[in-house]
Design a binder for this molecule. Structure first.
Ligand SMILES: NC(=O)c1ccc[n+]([C@@H]2O[C@H](COP(=O)([O-])OP(=O)(O)OC[C@H]3O[C@@H](n4cnc5c(N)ncnc54)[C@H](OP(=O)(O)O)[C@@H]3O)[C@@H](O)[C@H]2O)c1
Length: 331
């Protein structure tokens, strides 16, 4: 049984705990919130978790692992803290802000025999293999358009003049870091590293990117990625071959996958899934890797995370997405 702590008490932290409850490998033993009463309220339904207000104190405790669900700018320092205290780390996306941090922290985890995993659902879902098989059946693929555009629940606050974390460059957030990453992951997972990248973004008056596009060219194939937090897409993603088409309603969850033959014949491939099921899959793999850090899928996740981080950094450079205080402190 892996006894783990959580940092952050947002809805995604609750979804993760609910996901772990589908299995019996992990038990919530600690919660870290800046506010003790918020931590108590989070922990109450699960029973028995110790509440901390300081990550350093939680790192000193006897937990085995931590799930980091704090704002992006805190991920690298918090991961380092827990790795240095001998804890396995599963961290929300993006696992770090810049790829050099990721390389360094991956090396630290390796040197301590610890698991350090980016919480990317699609890498742990059976639908990932089903998507690959569907794409292998549509002939020569020349075009793919992967989209994750979801109107943010925080957009009204932004319009009212506030700066929620998600639209605050000081938190290293914005639409690429929040949603665009979910397009980059399957693009690299399906097609590998591109021959080049072009990218652009649109900005809100907080300085955060609200929407963006990247084009990834491959030999005989062009992959276009689009994402937005200020508009709601309804059509999902499409991969076009000369013998058929694959559509994916949710590119982050790999749900709603359909293959169409050239004549229009429809093959449903994958339906809907509960959020807890999606989160449970990554939690279960995390536990498996802790038992065996040499696991080949864990090694693939490490490589993929670094590739994605490098592509994200290049998209940011090309599109002019910057996180002023953070990046200056890194150089
Ligand atoms: N996998 C997914 O589907 C998914 C979905 C949503 C988000 N995420 C990722 O999960 C992470 C958290 O996202 P979120 O939208 O929940 O973020 P958030 O609401 O901005 O912050 C998450 C939690 O961190 C704490 N926090 C907030 N601001 C902080 C600050 N300035 N300093 C220290 N702690 C702070 C808060 O907990 P306390 O007040 O209790 O300290 C808050 O509940 C992000 O990295 C995001 O990319 C993943």
């Amino acid at each position: 049984m892996i006894r783990y702590g959580i940092i952050g008490t947002g809805w995604i932290a609750k979804a993760f705990v609910d996901g772990t409850l589908l299995g019996e490998e992990m038990r919530l033993a600690a919660v870290c919130s800046r506010d003790a009463s918020r931590g108590e309220a989070f922990a109450a339904p699960y029973g028995g978790a110790v509440v901390y207000t300081d990550p350093a104190a939680m790192a000193e405790s006897d937990i085995d692992a931590v799930y980091i669900a704090s704002p992006n700018f805190l991920h690298p320092a918090q991961a380092r803290l827990f790795l240095e205290h001998g804890k396995h780390v599963i961290c929300e996306k993006p696992i770090t802000v810049i790829p050099e941090e990721l390389e360094e922290l991956q090396a630290l985890a390796r040197s301590r025999g610890l698991v350090y995993l980016e919480a990317i659902m699609m890498m742990h879902l059976p639908a990932r293999q089903a998507l690959r098989e569907a794409v292998s059946k549509i002939g020569r693929v020349t075009t793919a358009h992967l989209d994750f555009s979801q109107l943010s629940s925080k957009y009204p606050a932004y319009l009212a003049g506030q700066t929620p974390n998600i639209f605050n460059p000081a938190c290293c957030t914005g639409s690429l870091m929040d949603l665009g990453i979910y397009c980059v992951y399957p693009a690299l997972d399906l097609f590998g590293m591109p021959e080049g990248i072009s990218a652009s973004a649109g900005f809100l008056n907080t300085g955060a990117d609200g929407w963006g596009t990247a084009v990834l060219p491959y030999p005989g194939l062009q992959v276009t990625l689009t994402w937005s937090k200020v508009g709601q897409a309804r059509q999902g993603s499409q991969i076009l071959g000369d013998e058929g088409t694959v559509t994916v309603q949710s590119i982050s969850c790999l749900t709603g996958i359909t293959r169409f033959e050239r004549d229009g014949t429809v093959h449903p491939i994958w339906g809907e899934e509960q959020k807890a099921t999606l989160m449970g899959a990554e939690a279960s793999d995390f536990c498996r890797y802790i038992q065996n850090p040499a696991d080949t899928h864990y090694q693939l996740c490490q490589t993929r995370a670094l590739e994605v981080s490098r592509v994200m950094a290049e998209i940011r450079r090309l599109a002019g997405i910057s996180f002023p205080g953070y990046e200056e402190a890194m150089t």
